[in-house]
Ligand binder design. Structure first.
Ligand SMILES: [Zn+2]
Ligand SMILES: [Zn+2]
Length: 177
């Protein structure tokens, strides 16, 4: 990735130091190859073009003004997208990502806030894990009662099984004919 970043930097310098509209007499075609288009930006950041547009709509990413008909993106945009992606991977929302972007710095001053934000997210995720574990527990019980060979010598209504919390199909007590 480092290589790509460097290449873009180089492209930037070339473009900024040369009045490209004058140099590239051919016009759009060649200059376009030197620019980071939205497609190139998306590729460099590892997202789809739609994601870039989505981030723009959400105000996460600025839409650069058109230069000679097309928008020019920079390495800073790549970094922003990657940052937002990683923030989202940690379970944060886009709004959180925006706030972290606005916060910008990791300093003595922002540390308490960052710690608070992380703790809240950890708590939320731990709650989700607990909920998921409860689900697994209930699925196991459903499987070990209604789904168990040993419990299947009779017949009950599944509605009933669920209403009874699967007690009626508990293998130890179920011997109805
Ligand atoms: Zn059952
Ligand atoms: Zn039952």
């Amino acid at each position: 990735m480092g290589k790509t970043t460097g290449d873009w930097k180089k492209a930037e310098i070339t473009l900024d130091s040369v009045p490209w509209y004058g140099v590239y007499t051919g016009g759009m075609q060649e200059t376009q190859a030197e620019q980071m288009t939205i497609g190139t930006l998306a590729k460099a950041a590892g997202v789809g073009v739609e994601t870039v547009r989505f981030y723009q709509r959400k105000g996460i990413l600025e839409k650069p003004a058109r230069t000679a008909g097309f928008r020019k993106y920079t390495d800073a945009d790549v970094r922003t997208i990657k940052f937002v992606k990683r923030v989202q991977e940690l379970g944060f929302t886009l709004k959180d990502a925006q706030e972290l972007l606005d916060l910008e710095l990791c300093t003595q001053k922002t540390r308490p806030l960052l710690s608070e934000v992380c703790s809240a997210k950890i708590e939320e995720i731990e709650q989700k894990i607990a909920d998921l574990q409860r689900m697994v527990g209930m699925l196991r019980r459903f499987s070990q009662t209604c789904g168990s060979e040993a419990s299947h010598d009779g017949q009950c209504s599944l509605l009933e099984c669920f209403e009874n919390n699967w007690e009626c199909c508990e293998t130890t007590q179920r011997r109805k004919k």
